[in-house]
Design a protein around this ligand. Sequence first.
Ligand SMILES: [Zn+2]
Length: 286
Amino acid sequence: MEGKLNQELKSSFDHAILPLTSLTSGKCVEVASHIYCLCIKIVNVCFIGNPIETSEWILIDTGMPKSVNHIMEFAESRFGKDNKPKAIILTHGHFDHVGSVIELVKKWDIPVYAHTLEMPFLTGEKDYPEPDGSVEGGIVAKISPLFPNEGIDLGKYIHELPLDGSIPHMPEWRWIHTPGHTPGHISLFRNTDHSLIAGDAFVTVKQDSLYKVFTQEKEINGPPRYLTTDWQKAWDSVKKLQELNPKAVITGHGLPMFGEELKDSLQHLVTEFDKIAIPDYGRYIK
Ligand SMILES: [Zn+2]
């Protein structure tokens, strides 16, 4: 019975009864040369490619369920009709990052890459721990038990990222293991100009506040609280990213951040992580 109820609750999430969206939904920003960040409702999707020099492009993450049309429309306007990406790279497998991946790979028939430790959640072997509605935080944290936590099965489409840190079809980039939010969470870093795609290793909006998610008011935060299970690893991951000295960042949620603002905010987050990011109470607090 409880299972059935959960299903019903989750399908009401699916049908967008919950008013989770933002003022920047549908807006796209070219964050650095040939890196496009598209906000769909409350989550960012990245398109990497130079349509003038080459027709090749890559998609990073796939947003929430029902984002396929938004993604296809933007891709067509930027990279041309019937020009599918070379691959999809996943920062991690949470529902708001893989929501449209199954539909997209069925349409495009292309490989998907993720970290080895994220594989169990992408091959149907394991579910993520349930979101923690009891964690210290705002309304989004309270309703988070409605969010799906089930793993998905990408079957033959899913591949492990190369162990040497390289990313297929992205020669200027490397992946960085940034666990804590999930075991196999990765960030992507472009060596040539220090651009960073950080997934949910940290975010630039207070993701547990319904109001701030809607307005997208800029404010550096740790990973979304209700889904983060290892806070020490999450802290170490943020330190690792700060040491890379990023000049521009796209996080999974919130607006892009640049230059001095990014530098100062990251320094603040690293120093005060126990106060800013780690909740005072919750199921995953030791
Ligand atoms: Zn996440």
